[in-house]
Design a protein. Structure first.
Length: 198
């Protein structure tokens, strides 16, 4: 085993480790995966990893908060926009779907393995997830007040939409599937029509 090889000058060795760790955590689960296995898939000795990463827990922290922070940034962008309620919801849905289609491993790990974070990271992640869902629901509630969205329990609507997007996991496993863009269009149409005031 040698040094960590980068095929793209824009990607650092540390980023390669994080990417490979996300894939392994997704396949085996955080608890079952080991630093030795991460080193194997990266192609270096386990000791070499510690030049870039302190621990397996640090890898999970990075993966989870990188995804969560991207969601928060997108939420802030949408909230500050002058879009209609349905356009705001659509923008968020497309962002989530794109994440599940094109950044599947890290999004999957962030969504499923965050419970293995150590405190204070665990508490921070719980708060960030809860706050994000409340902000999403607030957009829908505002749309109800403006009569842009049918009267519906906003928190339940957010829960259903996010769980539906989580189901894209089965799309990845399918041997016969539509392309990612078609999947996105189908899901957005279905989910937005469920909110649209007739």
């Amino acid at each position: 085993m040698g040094r960590i090889k980068t095929t793209n000058n824009q990607i650092s060795r540390r980023e390669i480790i994080i990417e490979k760790a996300a894939t392994l955590f997704k396949e085996k689960g955080f608890k079952a995966a080991s630093m030795r296995e991460i080193a194997d898939v990266v192609g270096v000795e386990a000791a070499s990893l510690y030049n870039h990463i302190k621990s397996k827990n640090e890898l999970l922290n990075i993966i989870c908060f990188d995804v969560a922070n991207r969601y928060t940034h997108k939420m802030e962008e949408v909230e500050a926009s002058k879009l209609t309620t349905l356009a705001k919801v659509e923008s968020l849905l497309r962002f989530h779907i794109d994440g599940m289609v094109n950044h599947f491993e890290e999004v999957y790990v962030s969504d499923r393995e965050w419970k293995h974070l150590d405190n204070p990271y665990l508490s921070n992640m719980q708060n960030q997830r809860r706050t994000y869902r409340k902000r999403f629901a607030a957009i829908i509630e505002e749309g109800i007040k403006k009569k842009e969205v049918k009267k519906i329990d906003a928190a339940t609507a957010v829960l259903i939409m996010l769980h539906a997007i989580g189901g894209i996991e089965s799309w990845h496993r399918s041997t016969r599937k539509i392309i990612g863009k078609e999947l996105e269009e189908n899901m957005v149409t279905f989910l937005i029509d469920g909110l649209r005031k007739i």
